[in-house]
Design a protein around this ligand. Structure first.
Ligand SMILES: [Zn+2]
Length: 389
């Protein structure tokens, strides 16, 4: 590793920039007392730039002066948290260097991160610059050396082994999940008479993509999203079910208690009445319910009713052993299904506390274990196989 004097020589300007004016004054005062009693520091009232300029010329002339000052006044050494370093180094790498005495932690600060209290370490700027001076290759070599040294540290090895153990366990769990899933696919296939296999395979994989769609409905972000338009794909499967005359397929519709959507646009007069009476405390729709006769009679108020907006179409694929159900909201389904009343009405218990009225999202672990691409491919194969009949 490079000597600290080299570090100060190489980064004198950066170091001086990091020092607050009071430290610069202390340094110059210290210099005067220790090294050169004849030295004239700038007047106390001078600007920071002047202190910095004088300090920099002293450090450039003899870098060891600043180190000697830091030795005498260690609390004046600036500290840098890892997110302000001039190069990047992972948490694991910093931890390795600290464990092997190549990177002392200068201080720790309590911080609140992702809902947890964590200790954030800060490092002496001299140590950080020392690592910077090594360059990329030098840091790589130092990390390799530290990894060798860490093999001799029982505590570090134990922590690493524990981490590896956890990773292995997680991989094993994922493997179990994956094989259990494919076993259930195989069990389904074996239990079905060959003539029913194409239909029930499509029903099964439609249920899977439906759950994947719900997963992404909950988890889509700027950086991650589903591989396909699953609403569209589910619609293609539903279209197959609607076209088929297979006796295992039944359709219906579910109409909740309040199935119609009301869009209420109040006139200026009724709106100011709504405002006065409720102070915006209730939705306009509730106000409409209470003053229905008057608003319906008012020529200036507008009420648009979309009938069965909250109704759901229902398709079921069922035999003695298996049953798959699909609910499609009216606005998405009415192109495919057509008028609601041509289907028998079904009564279902909606989910009370789930994320969705019917069905549920696929579990993240299961999705990762099985693989979204595999589910998509299996669905497409099942759809073509059924459609070819
Ligand atoms: Zn009105």
């Amino acid at each position: 590793m490079s000597d600290l004097t080299d570090v100060v020589a190489a980064y004198a300007t950066d170091l001086i920039d990091l020092l607050p004016v009071v430290t610069l004054k202390d340094f110059l005062h210290w210099y005067q007392l220790q090294v050169d009693p004849e030295f004239q520091p700038p007047p106390t009232k001078a600007k920071r730039a002047l202190f910095a300029e004088v300090a920099l010329s002293l450090v450039q002339a003899k870098p060891a002066h600043l180190l000697a000052f830091f030795d005498a006044e260690p609390e004046t050494i600036p500290e840098l948290e890892a997110n302000r370093w001039p190069f990047s180094m992972s948490y694991d790498q910093r931890h390795l260097l600290t464990a092997t005495d190549h990177l002392p932690v200068a201080s720790t600060r309590k911080a609140h991160l992702y809902g947890n209290d964590v200790l954030v370490p800060a490092y002496s700027v001299l140590e950080v610059l020392r690592l910077q001076l090594l360059g990329t290759d030098g840091r790589k070599a130092l990390l390799a050396k530290a990894r060798q040294e860490a093999k001799l540290l029982p505590a570090y090895q134990e922590a690493q082994a524990q981490r590896k153990q956890q990773q292995l366990l997680h991989r094993k769990q994922r493997e179990n999940l994956r094989s259990a899933f494919w076993q259930s696919v195989e069990a389904l296939r074996q239990k079905l008479p060959p003539a029913e296999q194409p239909l029930f395979a499509l029903a099964f994989w439609t249920q899977q993509i439906n759950q994947v769609q719900k997963y992404w409905q909950l988890h889509t972000t700027d950086k991650s999203h589903g591989l396909a338009d699953y609403y569209h794909l589910k619609g293609l499967a539903i279209a197959e079910f609607l076209e088929s005359d297979d006796a295992h397929i039944k359709h219906g519709f579910y109409r909740p208690k309040q199935a119609d959507r009301y869009y209420v646009s109040l006139c200026a007069e009724h709106f100011s009445d709504y405002q006065l009476e409720t102070d915006y405390g209730i939705p306009v729709y509730w106000y409409y319910q209470e003053h229905r006769a008057a608003i319906d009679a008012c020529p200036m108020c507008q009420v648009t009713v979309t009938q069965d907006y909250y109704a759901l179409y229902f398709t079921q694929v069922k035999n003695a052993d298996f049953s798959f159900s699909f609910h499609t909201p009216y606005p998405l389904g009415h192109q495919l299904y057509g008028a609601v009343d041509q289907y028998p009405r079904v009564h279902h218990q909606p989910n009370v506390d789930g994320d969705f009225t019917f069905g549920h999202a696929m579990d993240r672990e299961l999705l990762q274990a099985v693989g979204e691409k595999n589910i998509l491919d299996e669905f497409q194969q099942a759809r073509f196989a059924f459609g070819a009949l």
